[in-house]
Ligand binder design. Structure first.
Ligand code: PHE
Length: 357
């Protein structure tokens, strides 16, 4: 019996498949094509040796050889496909231009954390000063009935003092007149009513909040602005207590080089009443556009509670005494930070706002 040239066929196939599996680069694969399945491969030399077989064996052996070569060719193509897609993915990765980074860095601003505005910051600082002096902090509604905003404060309808506050009316007359509060003073009334109802007198409170007036905005005025109201209701309170609180507050908030003065004034709900002014911080008293050349800036009003207000809420003016004050938070911010024109507070120019973070 002639030796079978295909004896080694299984071994050739296993060897070729082993080599293929070890190739992990497309160029190496192409380089190995000739020796694995091409001209220089074992299959080609085996093909040649088939000539030595008897004709009846040759067809069977040829078919077996073809079948073995096709297995290796299929594995070769599969390997090429795998390496090809790997190379593609690698190239995609390497050539990738990450526009996300470019955009984040140069085109859009990355998000920045904001911060409270100057008025909110100032309100907190003012609250801190008064809390340190023993006051508690309370709040009241911005929309008030005529009774809270005016009448309970001893300002009857048609009283000429109503001209002191240019009012935004929400509702006129029936069933009642409703206004945007023109000052924080109506919160005094709420507080006294609550304290009376719950038996929590005396009162030592400050009440910050937004107010509205039909004012044309200018260097010192905004139509929507902020006040902090102060209210003390206790026994045996004197004007000296009020003056002491104003003095202590001015020093604590503006510093020792800013002077405060009280000038006689008129408010329907206090008697006596005073206007509370400080040295203009823009010109240090010399006179400028912001203070209308006076050297002084009015921060607000104050005075001893009028007995008529105690009577309006049902407190006995023979037992209770007290004082109130109310001044502009925006004005305080303006004077503290020497802002020549208050309208900067509402223009939302970030170059302005960022200075107070
Ligand atoms: N509410 C007054 C105003 O806005 C200020 C004030 C408050 C006066 C408290 C006296 C007492 O003009």
């Amino acid at each position: 019996m002639k030796p079978n040239p295909l004896e080694s066929l299984d071994h050739v196939v296993r060897d070729a498949l082993g080599q293929l599996a070890a190739i992990d680069d497309l160029a190496d694969l192409n380089g190995a094509e000739a020796s694995l399945i091409g001209r220089r491969s074992a299959f080609t030399s085996l093909q040649k040796s088939l000539g030595a077989l008897a004709p009846e064996d040759r067809a069977r052996a040829g078919a077996a050889l073809q079948e073995a070569r096709r297995r290796v060719e299929d594995a070769f193509e599969e390997r090429r496909r795998v390496l090809d897609s790997g190379a593609w993915e690698r190239r995609m990765r390497e050539d990738r231009l990450d526009l996300g980074d470019v955009i984040a860095e140069r085109v859009v601003w990355s998000p920045r954390a904001g911060h409270p505005g100057l008025v909110a910051i100032t309100q907190r600082e003012l609250e801190d000063v008064f809390v340190a002096m023993g006051f508690s902090v309370a709040e009241g509604p911005e929309v008030e009935s005529d009774w809270y905003n005016f009448e309970a404060l001893n300002i009857p309808p048609a009283h000429p003092a109503r001209g002191m506050w240019d009012t935004f009316y929400v509702e006129m007359g029936e069933p009642e007149t409703v206004v945007l509060r023109t000052h924080t003073s109506p919160t005094q009334i709420h507080l006294m009513e609550e304290a009376l109802a719950s038996g929590t007198l005396p009162i030592h409170s400050v009440m910050p909040g937004r107010c509205y007036r039909r004012d044309t905005p200018d260097a010192r005025h905004l139509a929507a602005f902020h006040q902090v109201e102060g209210l003390v209701v206790d026994r045996g309170i004197a004007f000296a207590d009020l003056a002491g609180v104003i003095e202590t507050f001015t020093r604590a908030y503006f510093g020792d080089d800013i002077e405060a003065r009280l000038r006689p004034a008129y408010f329907p709900f206090t008697e006596p009443s005073a206007e509370f002014e400080i040295t203009c911080t823009i010109c240090r008293g010399a006179g400028c556009r912001t203070c209308s050349q006076t050297g002084w800036i009015e921060l607000g009003g104050c005075g001893m509670l009028d007995p008529a207000v105690f009577e309006a809420v049902g407190l006995d003016p023979e037992v209770w005494s007290g004082f109130a004050f109310g001044f502009g938070i925006d004005r305080c911010a303006q004077m503290r930070h020497q802002i020549a024109d208050m309208r900067a507070l509402t223009e939302n120019d970030v170059r302005f706002l960022e200075q107070f973070s």
